[in-house]
Write a protein that binds this ligand. Sequence first.
Ligand SMILES: [Zn+2]
Length: 102
Amino acid sequence: MSAPCKELVTLLSEYAMVCRGCLAASGEMKNMFECGLHKEFAKYTDVQIRRDDGISELICSVCEESLVICKNFRSQCQQSDLLLRNSLMMFRKNSLKNPYKV
Ligand SMILES: [Zn+2]
């Protein structure tokens, strides 16, 4: 194998071993397909992870924590929105029942 080709193989194998979120090459890593995080990763990042593309399927613990924070923030926003919409609907309903009550 020629040197440039060997370097390319080394580079590609390194790409398969880095975190997809931050490109960290060391530390605690999880395979997103094995731990079921690939769908959430795609959902919150708009980055598609495929099993057969030769690119890393790994996520580091820091990025996994960021993913959980995104998920929790989304959930919190949805719950707040639901609460606000329900409150507004109740307020409007009560206003219709008692149009002159302040
Ligand atoms: Zn990371």
